[in-house]
Design a binder for this molecule. Structure first.
Ligand code: C2E
Ligand code: MG
Ligand code: MG
Ligand code: MG
Length: 280
């Protein structure tokens, strides 16, 4: 009895594994095809100064638009892309597209500022980011300081030693480096200095209840204090209310993004709303 139960359990287990493995494989195949068919698109979310609402730039965020189906969020495909290595060609497309877009806006005379691109450490690990960056900046004639690379705190900590060498090479090109989702990882402060980080992005989870939760307020205040002490700029993500913005201002957080200003928008909508208001 125990034996057959064991066998059943085993059978169920493998069936489950096979199902999820085949779903992954299917998704991988679809992602590969999506890249070839141009089904990915970049959305842009404005990044603004807390003090006066001046536009500083945009964060590029990738979306997948499978024809005839609802838009897929990056949270649902970036992890698979990372596991399968597809993050390398996808990330390359994102970087090139974002830089080309900013170049187009600058050429049109818009004060578009800078563009932030999310990098996966998996992408850095598996490819020659330094050469790619150099090529894309040259192709688009984009000054390096107009590009900011965002890397999540948790992924940075996971790949600490390797990341250090790579990031310092990227830094040497003159691009900005931001730590994304700051406060959710191990928060070892030593690496902020080591990596010569330019910006900390306070994770949305601390901003959400800023007005009601004293702990979140304390954490946000601590992040701002650390950043200031190290001469690093601070950006809050996920700002949805005036109350949150007011508190961030009081804390001395200089930069923000969030639905209060705008959700991420397709490039044309971003241009119409933030770069050329009143024009078409
Ligand atoms: P992230 O880089 O931390 O991006 C911020 C996320 O918060 C975005 O979700 C954005 O739409 C969302 N957001 C912005 N403001 C608000 C707000 O006021 N309230 C709420 N509730 N959410 C807000 P999104 O676009 O779904 O992206 C999720 C994550 O996927 C990103 O988090 C980033 O880690 C990853 N990702 C997106 N695009 C790329 C990419 O091109 N490459 C890589 N490697 N990762 C990407
Ligand atoms: Mg980001
Ligand atoms: Mg973030
Ligand atoms: Mg996030």
């Amino acid at each position: 009895r125990a034996k057959s139960q064991g066998r059943n359990t085993y059978g169920f287990y493998t069936e489950d594994l096979t199902r999820s493995a085949s779903r992954r494989l299917e998704l991988e195949t679809r992602l590969r095809r999506a890249l070839a068919n141009g089904e990915f698109v970049l959305y842009y979310q404005p990044v603004k100064a807390v003090a006066d609402g001046r536009l500083l730039g945009a964060e590029a965020l990738v979306r997948w638009l499978p024809p005839g189906e609802p838009m897929v969020s990056p949270a649902d495909f970036i992890p698979i892309a990372e596991e399968t290595g597809l993050i390398v060609p996808l990330g390359e497309w994102v970087l090139r597209t974002a830089c080309a877009q900013l170049r187009e806006w600058l050429d049109a005379g818009y004060p578009a500022g800078s563009v932030a691109v999310n990098l996966s450490v998996e992408q850095i690990r598996r490819s020659d980011m330094e050469t790619l960056l150099r090529d894309v900046l040259a192709e688009t004639a984009l000054p390096a300081h107009r590009l900011e690379l965002e890397i999540t705190e948790s992924s940075l900590m996971e790949h600490g030693d390797q990341a250090e060498t790579l990031l310092s090479a990227l830094k040497a090109l003159g691009v900005g480096l931001a730590i994304d989702d700051f406060g959710t990882g191990y928060s070892s402060l030593a690496y902020l200095k080591r990596f010569s980080i330019d910006k900390l992005k306070i994770d949305r989870s601390f901003v959400k209840d800023l007005a009601d939760d004293r702990n979140d307020l304390a954490i946000a205040a601590a992040i701002v204090a650390v950043a200031r002490a190290l001469d690093i700029s601070v950006q809050a993500e996920g700002v949805e209310t005036e109350a949150q913005l007011g508190l961030l201002h009081e804390l001395g957080c200089g930069v923000f993004q969030g639905y209060l200003c705008s959700p991420p928008l397709p490039a044309d909508a971003f241009r119409e709303r933030f770069l050329a208001p009143g024009r078409t």
